[in-house]
Design a binder for this molecule. Sequence first.
Ligand SMILES: [Zn+2]
Length: 159
Amino acid sequence: MATKKRKYAPIAPPPLTAQEKVSRYMRGNKSKDTQPELLLRRLLWHHGLRGYRIHWKKLPGKPDVCYPGRKLAIFLHGCFWHRCPHCVPALPKSNVPFWTDKFTRNQARDQLNRARLRAAGWQVLVIWGCQLQQDPEGCLFAIKALHAGVPESYWLEAA
Ligand SMILES: [Zn+2]
């Protein structure tokens, strides 16, 4: 079970056997106010896109940011956990079935949340961590457009 020290910094946590550790790790992942979230909110605030709610419990998946008046929900997805199609983070090398299952369920849940929101008439935008990091202006541009009423289909990648 225990592995030798690797040369590379692990992209995933070391093999986890204790359920508590897993739970703690997953909770950590879901914590509010992560750096990317703060960056996004700061960006929105500075560009006058105010009046948003964060992690609104009334909505499926509690989107990171939403504008109830505009029916616009924004998910800021961590690339590793939600399996970013752009930067395609490497899969962990150990406990493969565990991680594969975890990721599959994460993705299924994401998809279901998006579908539920759309069914309720919401526009949904997914912003990936790497997109926000590399192109905050582009992210802002897309959000501004949706906020202003440009149809979602114009921006949305196939979900
Ligand atoms: Zn990414």
